[in-house]
Each structure stands twice: as structure tokens, then as C-alpha cells.
Ligand binder design. Structure first.
Ligand code: H2U
Ligand code: ZN
Length: 344
């Protein structure tokens, strides 16, 4: 399919315009500055390095593997005032309660998930599962995510992620919930379980897989090198992952993120996050746990994709096809470019 066409995203119930030939157009627009590779193992000015003082005046304690603390500038608060029930229909407001946390992935300032060892990534997997289990007891939606790299708005290069938990479903999860529920009601199977089986049968969009996980460039991907990480066993929530699945998750993360870094030989920027079934006690046979990875880069370390113009006003559009993106990611080595012999 080299001619313009539209593809349907069944998870979001929306369309994406695919225009493969557009990648040939000249680019004289903004160039990004590639991130520097060199960082010290400890930075006295970093608020996430062990023992340092944060902007709030609190101290980040010494820690061995991971550290979780309440965000000093939380976007959500556990206590908010009730609102008057009679807001005019065109000026609706709603009460929201929640909390925000920061997760340090490592006490070392200079590493990234891609370059951490599998056992160290496993610590991050365990903290994700633990935090989800704890926060989902109180909050209906627990959004675990990582903004990686300055291009994605990360405020600090120290390896870290965030959690925002709230008592209501945000817009995107609400749409995914509706779409998966509708599919389950019609087909009697979870949408993402059927989708994974169909992708495995076609194989052309698979980037990397192991015994328990599969990464695909979804058929309906919007971002150039967007991927979707799916468990082979259709579990609903992170805490349900068993020991072998958690080890395999550390493995697949390492391999996917190494491929990403190798694509343009930079510390590859992305936003990633987990979508668990809402609410710990809710019956959710329609839902399958998954993670989205949204990297902004398009054709090199310095040229990013902008979602503007038609994408803001009409619908999302992509230039290279999902199949081409998967092929490129699949062809890359799983040895990190900084760890090659000529690059000691
Ligand atoms: P990002 O790099 O993705 O922005 O995450 C860092 C978070 O850390 C950010 O949400 C918080 C910011 O509010 N933070 C603190 O909690 N304490 C600080 O001293 C600085 C930053
Ligand atoms: Zn640091």
C-alpha cells in the first residue's frame, strides 16, 4: 500500500491517514539537538541523585535500586473541594482527586533503561507492579509512564518515570475501555487478544518477541516508530504478572529500547506508559494489559514528527507505513551501539 489510505484504530475508535510517499519531501524545518551521551554517574545538582536536596527542600534519600516519592509539584491532590452540582451545561466542571509520584529507576545518574542490566530493569518492573497494586486500591486509574529525553519534555536526564493516579478514567483510557468492551460484547474475546493472534499470524509488524511478550508497530500507528507491547497471556493488570513474565518483561524492554537507541545511534526519546484494566475490583474480561511507546523522531536524530495542521484539525497522519517502521526496527542489532567493540 504505497498510495494514501486510511487505517482504523479499533482500540481508540478513530482513523489515521497514511501517506507513505510523503517521506521524500525536503526538510528545511526545525532540527533537534541530539542528546549528549556523556553524563556523570553522580550529579550534585540533580534532584534525583541519592542524598541530594530537591526543589521542595526535601532530601532524596540514599537508595539502592529504585526510589518512589510523592511528586513535589503534583498535578493531582488527594483532597479537593466538592463542587456545586448545578454547573451550566456549557461550563461543566468535575471534581477530581488523585496523587502523583516520581519513580527513580536507578541511583546512577548516567544510565537509561536501555543500558541497565536485566536484573536492574526487573527492579523497575517490580516497582511498577507494586505501585499499581497499592494505588489502584484507592484510585480507579493509575497511569504509570516515562517521558524519556528532553525532546519529550523530561525535566531531568536521571532515569525516572512518573505515576499519576486519579479517581476517574481520563479521556484516552475511557475510549479504550469503551472500544474493548464493545468488541468483547460482540466477539466474546478481548480485542487485544484477537489482535495479538492476528499480528502473530501476519508477522510483518512484529519488532521483537520472547516467550511471554510481543512488540508490534500497531497497524494503526500514528507516531513514526510507535510500538505496542502485549503479553501473550491476556492478563489485565500488572500485579497479575508472574515471576517468569516479569523477567521476560525486563528482557523485552531491554531489547526494544536498545533497538530504539540503535536506530539513529542516540539516546532515543519517547513517552511510554501502561494501560491496565481500570479499578482493581472491577470485572474487566474485555481488557488486556498493554504498554504504548510513542517516540517523536521521524527520519534522523534531529528531525521529529509534528502533529500539527491537518492532524490537529482533521485526523492523525503518518508518512512511513507501520510495516516499513517494523522492518527498520527489526533489522537492527540488539547490542547497544555504545557497547560495541569499536566504541568501548
Ligand atoms: P519529568 O522529567 O517527566 O517532568 O518528571 C520529573 C518530575 O519530578 C516532575 O513531574 C518532579 C516534577 O514535578 N519534581 C519533584 O517532584 N521534585 C523536584 O525537586 C523537582 C522535580
Ligand atoms: Zn541524578
Amino acid at each position: 500500500m504505497q498510495k494514501p489510505h486510511r487505517r482504523y484504530n479499533p482500540l481508540m475508535d478513530e482513523w489515521v491517514l497514511v501517506s507513505p510517499h510523503r517521506l521524500e519531501r525536503p526538510w528545511q524545518g526545525q532540527q533537534e539537538t541530539p542528546p549528549a551521551d556523556e553524563r556523570p554517574t553522580y550529579d550534585p545538582a540533580c534532584y534525583l541523585c541519592p542524598g541530594n536536596r530537591r526543589a521542595s527542600g526535601e532530601y532524596t534519600p540514599p537508595y539502592e535500586n529504585t526510589l518512589v516519592f510523592t511528586n513535589d509539584f503534583a498535578a493531582l491532590l488527594p483532597e479537593t473541594e466538592p463542587l456545586s452540582p448545578s454547573t451550566p451545561p456549557l461550563f461543566r466542571v468535575a471534581r477530581v482527586r488523585g496523587t502523583c509520584r516520581v519513580i527513580c529507576f536507578s541511583p546512577r545518574h548516567d544510565v537509561t533503561l536501555a543500558r541497565m542490566s536485566r536484573p536492574d530493569i526487573r527492579h523497575v518492573v517490580d516497582i511498577w507492579c507494586e505501585q499499581y497494586g497499592e494505588l489502584a486500591r484507592t484510585y480507579r486509574w493509575v497511569q504509570i509512564f516515562e517521558n524519556h529525553g528532553a525532546m519529550m519534555g523530561a525535566s531531568n536526564p536521571h532515569p525516572h518515570g512518573q505515576i499519576w493516579a486519579l479517581d476517574t478514567l481520563p479521556t484516552t483510557p475511557a475510549r479504550e475501555d469503551r472500544a474493548q468492551r464493545r468488541y468483547f460484547d460482540t466477539h466474546g474475546q478481548p480485542l487485544l487478544a484477537d489482535y495479538l493472534a492476528a499480528e502473530c499470524a501476519q508477522a510483518e509488524r512484529i519488532v521483537v518477541e520472547n516467550e511471554h511478550w510481543v512488540v508490534v508497530v500497531p497497524f494503526w500507528a500514528v507516531w513514526p516508530f510507535e510500538t505496542l507491547l502485549l503479553p501473550r497471556r491476556p492478563v489485565r493488570r500488572l500485579p497479575s504478572l508472574n515471576d517468569a513474565e516479569r523477567d521476560a518483561l525486563a528482557d523485552i524492554l531491554k531489547r526494544l529500547l536498545t533497538r530504539y537507541d540503535n536506530l539513529f545511534e542516540i539516546d532515543f526519546p519517547y513517552s511510554m506508559g501502561w494501560h491496565n484494566a481500570p479499578g482493581l475490583d472491577e470485572d474487566a474480561p474485555h481488557w488486556v494489559l498493554h504498554a504504548h511507546f510513542y517516540p517523536p523522531l521521524l527520519r534522523s536524530a534531529t528531525v521529529r514528527k509534528f502533529l500539527v495542521g491537518f492532524e490537529m484539525l482533521g485526523e492523525p497522519q503518518r508518512d512511513l507505513t507501520a510495516e516499513q517502521a517494523a522492518e527498520r526496527l527489526r533489522s537492527l542489532a540488539e547490542q547497544h551501539y555504545l557497547e560495541r567493540e569499536e566504541n568501548p
